[in-house]
Design a protein around this ligand. Structure first.
Ligand SMILES: Cc1cc2nc3c(=O)[nH]c(=O)nc-3n(C[C@H](O)[C@H](O)[C@H](O)COP(=O)(O)OP(=O)(O)OC[C@H]3O[C@@H](n4cnc5c(N)ncnc54)[C@H](O)[C@@H]3O)c2cc1C
Length: 277
């Protein structure tokens, strides 16, 4: 049964499914790569340190450098950690995904050449169009009864499209033309090679609540892999520095206010002392 969830929450059952469709084929580097590529300018290199619990970690000095590189927006040090993902996602999401170009290479299965029976996405809860004049995105999830009705209508369409596709292929139609029958929810598959910098950029844009909820699930899956492969570098690149800057500014303002209050108290104390004299 489809769960009713708030629209800003990830659809957990779908995330489980999506996780299996985002696969790491190969990767290069570790958390030292951004640090050592930056240290190359001084012809110096760092090593991991053995922590008290027996794990290899970045030294305090290296962590500080990493944070500074992230905060100042240096990007080249974060381009040396490479990853190749194999991703399977519906065409309508891939259409959005392939907009991310800088720092990426893609190679995709071609339905000009491949005529295997297509697979279709099924199971994301159907949502209403947004209200309050919002043009983009989706609103509330339909109730269970309506979900089932949409699901059965959708199932009829994809079954028909799928059957007709196979039928046309069997009758000798070129795959590049038979694919015109397929709804945009059929799965495509591709390799995507990128780095911490480029994937962090994609991630931040696509986990944002403004992004389509289905697309967010794929970005979350990328984030899970990246944070396992390069925990410190990934955290540095996906941290909200703006939030941090605001917090730092607020604490400076608070300190200044406290200082002003102390001066004001001192001024009042002196005034009282002078009046009493
Ligand atoms: C919520 C959401 C809604 C969207 N809606 C739409 C939509 O309705 N229609 C649509 O067409 N797209 C839409 N997009 C796609 C969006 O406009 C971008 O194309 C996509 O997010 C990729 O952006 P990017 O900055 O990562 O691009 P990339 O091409 O990966 O570029 C990365 C960065 O490199 C730099 N760069 C790249 N090319 C140049 C250049 N020519 N000159 C100077 N600097 C450059 C920029 O700093 C850029 O941000 C949407 C994206 C999101 C997240």
């Amino acid at each position: 049964m489809i769960q009713l969830l708030p629209t800003d929450a990830p659809f957990a059952p779908q995330l489980e499914k999506v996780r299996s469709m985002v696969e790491v084929l190969a990767y290069m580097g570790n958390d030292l790569f951004p640090i050592n590529s930056a240290r190359e300018s001084l012809h110096k290199q760092s090593e991991f340190e053995l922590s008290e619990d027996g794990t290899w970690v970045l030294s305090k000095k290296d962590k500080k450098l990493l944070t500074s590189l992230g905060r100042r927006g240096h990007f080249t040090p974060f381009t040396h950690n490479g990853v190749i993902f194999r991703i399977k996602m519906p065409i309508y999401i891939a259409r959005q995904w392939f907009k991310h170009t800088v720092g990426f290479s893609y190679n995709e299965v071609s339905r000009r050449y491949v005529s295997e029976p297509p697979e279709f996405e099924f199971g994301f809860p159907w949502q209403r169009k947004p209200t309050d004049g919002i043009k983009q995105g989706a609103g509330e999830v339909f109730n269970d009864e309506t979900q089932e009705r949409f699901n059965s209508e959708y199932a009829v369409l994809i079954r028909h499209a799928s059957d007709l596709y196979s039928n046309w292929i069997a009758r000798g139609m070129a795959p590049q033309q038979a694919r015109k029958l397929l709804p945009v929810s059929y799965y495509t598959e591709f390799w995507q090679t990128g780095n911490v910098e480029s994937f962090a950029r994609l991630y931040k844009l696509r986990v944002d609540p403004e992004a389509q909820l289905e697309t967010q699930q794929y970005a979350l899956a990328i984030g899970e892999h990246m944070s396992k492969l390069f925990p410190e570098a990934w955290a540095t690149k996906t941290r909200d520095y703006h939030g941090e800057e605001v917090a730092a500014l607020n604490s400076r303002i608070a300190a200044l206010e406290a200082q002003l209050a102390r001066s004001e108290n001192e001024r009042l104390r002196l005034e009282r002392a002078q009046a009493a004299a």
